[in-house]
Design a protein around this ligand. Structure first.
Ligand SMILES: *[C@@H]1O[C@H](CO)[C@@H](O)[C@H](O)[C@H]1NC(C)=O
Ligand SMILES: *[C@@H]1O[C@H](CO)[C@@H](O)[C@H](O)[C@H]1NC(C)=O
Ligand SMILES: *[C@@H]1O[C@H](CO)[C@@H](O)[C@H](O)[C@H]1NC(C)=O
Length: 355
């Protein structure tokens, strides 16, 4: 451990990266990210009292030695190379020269981002791939390709690429078709990681591919439970929900208990939701089918047991009627023990009523 620190320190000293100690100059900004074709400017300031002169050296364009300067700007109107290493140098009075390189990254946003896919429609369980092609982007070593499903990143790919000039890159997303992905939107987004998090390139919104809409064919699947047990009350409306998802959307077929078969044949039911005043208990069967498969759901319908309140009302009504009859009897009974009401009431054609 100690040795490695020692060698690391030595290495740093030799490469001159610890400039403040051996080479007292300051770069502003300390590093530059510039778009190809844009202008570049930087300042170099010498921190030494012994400065005799300063200059910039660059493969592209330089600034000759300026005597007695402690501050020297550098500017390129239009960056037209993909790699440049401007160097600021300081000559000191004792004849020493020190220099420091300004790190420059030249970038270019891609010309286009496109998606290519193996299949436009897939069946559940099938493997398929989508390819994202990114044309002419630089530098590819700072490129990452984000795959998004909706707004969720599902894959990120980076590239091992040393070329600083534009290259074209592809990323492949391999998927296994699942019913939950039917209708999902997939796209890819190239991102140059040259700026602080969340801060995009100085100009323009993120570059995105067009969206690919996934189409997954899958058999009908019920939204609710497979089988249901329900209680009906004669004459009251009840709803049977046989809705199923599927691609293509399923068709429906119903089968009713034998008793209502006539009705069923008269009028074929093809809706997924049935609302009816049910007359008969039994098993109502619904089948959802498509070219992807068939599923069946059973509605077990039983008659609701007569409730206590209904029973209570009926008893109450019975008692009341009985009491009324007793009162009426006492009132209409004649001394000879027959009902005067009956005498008149059972003779058709004659006016009836109490005498
Ligand atoms: C360089 O220095 C000049 C003068 O002080 C200043 O106007 C300019 O903004 C500086 N540029 C950079 C990139 O720091
Ligand atoms: C670009 O990528 C290289 C290699 O991954 C990394 O060292 C460098 O810091 C990146 N450049 C910027 C400006 O982030
Ligand atoms: C639904 O009912 C049918 C017929 O009674 C039965 O064969 C099937 O296993 C049931 N399914 C479930 C999930 O309970």
């Amino acid at each position: 451990m100690v040795w490695s620190f020692f060698f690391f320190g030595l290495l740093m000293a030799c490469t001159g990266n610890t400039a403040s100690a051996s080479c007292p100059l300051q770069m502003s900004p300390p590093r530059v990210v510039v778009r190809f074709g844009d202008s570049l400017s930087a300042n170099c300031t010498s921190l030494s009292e012994q400065t005799e002169g300063m200059g910039w050296e660059s493969t592209h364009q330089g600034v000759d030695l300026v005597l007695n300067a402690t501050f020297l700007p550098f500017k390129i109107d239009s960056v037209s190379v993909w790699e440049l290493e401007p160097m600021c140098f300081v000559n000191s009075r004792d004849g020493d020269q020190c220099m420091e390189t300004l790190p420059v990254t030249v970038y270019k946003m891609p010309d286009s981002v496109s998606l290519n896919y193996s299949l436009t429609k897939v069946e559940e369980g099938q493997k398929y791939y989508i390819q994202c092609d990114i044309a002419n982007v630089a530098p590819a070593r700072n490129l990452s390709v984000l795959w998004l499903k909706g707004n969720t990143v599902i894959k990120t790919e980076t590239f091992d690429e040393s070329s600083p000039s534009p290259v074209s890159k592809s990323s492949v997303l391999t998927l296994t078709a699942h019913r939950d992905d039917d209708g999902a939107e997939i796209r890819c987004e190239p991102k140059l990681n040259l700026w602080p998090e969340k801060q995009g390139p100085p100009s323009g919104p993120p570059v995105r591919s067009v969206t690919h809409n996934v189409i997954v064919r899958y058999p009908p699947t019920f939204n609710k439970l497979e089988n249901e047990t329900l209680e009906m009350t004669v004459g009251e409306n009840m709803t049977l929900n046989c809705n199923a998802k599927g691609n293509p959307p399923p068709s429906y077929r119903w089968e009713f208990p034998k008793f209502t078969k006539e009705w069923h044949e008269k009028e074929e039911v093809i809706e997924p939701i049935l609302t009816l005043p049910f007359e008969l208990p039994g098993v109502y069967t619904c089948t959802a089918y498509s070219n992807q498969g068939t599923v069946t759901k059973y509605f077990n319908i039983s008659e609701a047991p007569r409730s206590r309140t209904t029973f209570g009302v009926m008893v109450g009504v019975g008692v009341a009627v009985g009491v009324l009859l007793l009162i009426a009897g006492a009132y209409f009974v004649t001394p000879n023990g027959t009902f005067s009401f009956n005498k008149g009431g059972y003779q058709p054609g004659t006016p009836s009523g109490p005498v």
